[in-house]
Design a protein around this ligand. Structure first.
Ligand code: MAN
Length: 529
């Protein structure tokens, strides 16, 4: 009797629309809160802000500060309306949306007094949601199974790397032994080579010194001969007049050797003795003297700078060799015939290059060269093996996840292209950005560390120390990893300048899906029927 009374009060006070099978409660109240709305008692505001007669619940007047007395009307600005949404997921909406003409709840319960014609679509929507959830479940399961293969493959690779490291260590030991052997041989054959070369070099130096002395003597003889030729009166002194008698010194080719022209070659003096001539006169005169006889060849010893710059020759431009030949005035000079006048005969020079050492020395040098090559090759092999070993050991030190599930990604790269850039992520290596316009790549970061929260460490990766941003920090990239049946990048953004966010899916993070068997189940396992 009491129950029937209470029920009729509830219906009266709260306008509850409930089915017999359901726990009776005022409109807009969630099942979990039904016990707070007891029609046989006064209502205590849920926040404790007051107590009101139960009749005031859902009377379209807001009494409680938290709006809990008006769950089924829009009277309280901060209240919530609960839609049961039978066949789909329940929902709490702000109570301001109650009877506002918009269908918010799929069971249409929020629009009980409006003219919006909302209809209950929960069963259809629920079915679609469950289908979607089942599909996702299936994907997760598939992802989880793929993760198992990734784990297997990762572990296999780890083992292979361990075996390879052992092999390489052995190989390197052998290579080191071979290198040491080659080094010994090298030392052995380099010793006699060194001795032979020292001997050879001493002889060679002597030969060179002799050749130099001969050359010098030859040049001096040539100078003395020229001096005798120019010294008309044979008194051992060259004078301005004597030079003026030689057309050779008519620098400007005006038909006359002026005192000025003659004095230029006497270093602005009136006379020049043989000694001065040998030291500075001849080197200066030689080019003019010999050119005039079409005999000039550039001197091998460095002549004083001014020797090569005779006084200006006004109007001499355009004079050809024929002109110069006409008045050389040195017919009586006994000149060397040809190239013999040059410092080192050409053939001799070539011979020197072709045949560097005597036969005995050459044999020793060849043997030493061969030993050096052998050693270099053996040494290179040791270094190559060391490099390979180091890179494998570095790989072994990397954290590929608690079950090696990420190891298979090392060595692969994944790309994502947006309007402006193509981004590339090579897990455990680097992240780069390449502008579509074709300019070079920009390094966004090198593999740094796992950076997920403590309980989910392997859900994020951090790549750091990328190229420095203009007037800013070094670029860096965060990678957020989600479960998916394919390892791929699903998006890249730049939330802050030069800080990039890569989003990636991979089976490596797919956990075993919870069992959602039962037709009416939802991903949240929270359906009211
Ligand atoms: C480049 C790119 C951009 C970045 C600017 C900063 O254009 O790396 O992503 O924002 O440099 O200057």
């Amino acid at each position: 009797m009491k129950f029937i009374l209470a029920l009729s009060m509830l219906c009266l006070a709260s306008g509850a629309v409930v089915k017999a099978a359901e726990v009776l409660r005022p409109r807009g109240v969630a099942l979990s809160k039904a016990s707070f709305y007891d029609p046989t008692r006064d209502f205590n505001c849920l926040d404790g802000s007051g107590t009101i007669p139960f009749a005031y619940v859902n009377d379209d007047y807001c009494d409680c500060q938290d709006g809990s007395d008006e769950p089924g009307t829009s009277a309280c600005p901060n209240g919530f309306f609960h839609c049961t949404n039978v066949g789909h997921s329940p929902l709490n909406i702000p109570s301001s949306r109650v009877n506002d003409g918009v269908c918010d709840c799929c069971d249409a319960s929020d629009e009980y007094a409006s003219v919006s014609n909302c209809v209950d679509t929960c069963r259809e929507l629920g079915r679609a949601a469950r289908e979607e959830a089942a599909k996702q479940q299936e994907e997760r399961l598939k992802g989880f199974q793929m993760r198992q293969s990734m784990i297997e493959e990762g572990r296999k690779r780890k083992k292979e790397a361990e075996v390879k490291i052992d092999e390489l260590k052995k190989e390197r030991e052998e290579a080191e032994a071979a290198r040491n052997e080659k080094e010994e041989i090298k030392k052995l054959v380099e010793e006699p080579e060194k001795e032979a070369l020292e001997k050879y070099n001493a002889i060679e130096q002597e030969r060179k010194a002799k050749a130099d002395a001969e050359q010098k003597a030859k040049e001096e003889a040539e100078a003395r001969e020229a001096f005798a030729h120019l010294d008309n009166d044979g008194d051992g002194i060259l004078t301005v007049a004597e030079l003026q008698s030689r057309q050779t010194f008519d620098t400007n080719r005006d038909g006359e050797v002026t005192a000025e022209e003659a004095k230029f070659y006497l270093r602005q003096e009136e006379t020049m003795d043989l000694e001065t001539f040998l030291v500075s006169g001849w080197p200066m005169m030689r080019p003019t003297y010999k050119m005039d006889q079409r005999m000039f060849v550039p001197p091998t010893t460095e002549a004083p700078a001014e020797a090569l710059t005779p006084p200006p020759v006004p109007g001499s431009e355009g004079k050809d060799e024929g002109d110069m030949e006409e008045d050389d005035g040195i017919e009586d000079y006994d000149l060397p015939e040809d190239d013999d006048a040059e410092d080192i005969p050409k053939e001799e020079e070539e011979e020197e290059i072709d045949q560097k050492y005597d036969e005995e020395t050459q044999k020793l040098v060849d043997a030493a060269n061969k030993a050096r090559e052998d050693f270099d090759e053996a040494d290179r092999r040791v270094r190559d093996l060391t490099r390979e070993l180091r890179s494998l050991e570095e790989t072994q030190e990397k954290d590929y996840g608690p079950e090696e599930e990420f190891r298979v990604m090392d060595g692969d790269c994944y790309e994502y292209t947006d309007r402006e850039y193509t981004y590339r992520l090579c897990p455990f290596d680097k992240a780069v950005q390449k502008p579509k316009s074709g300019h070079g790549e920009i390094r966004l970061g090198q593999w740094g560390e796992w950076s997920g929260p403590e309980e989910d460490k392997y859900s994020r990766m951090k790549y750091t120390s990328g190229q420095t941003c203009w007037n800013g920090p070094a670029r860096s990239a965060d990678v957020h990893i989600y479960c998916g049946v394919e390892t791929k990048l699903t998006g890249v953004t730049e939330p802050n300048r030069c800080e990039y966010l890569f989003e990636m899916t991979t089976p490596a993070v797919c956990t075993k899906p919870e069992d959602i068997s039962g037709d009416e189940g939802t991903p949240h396992g929270h359906t009211e029927l």
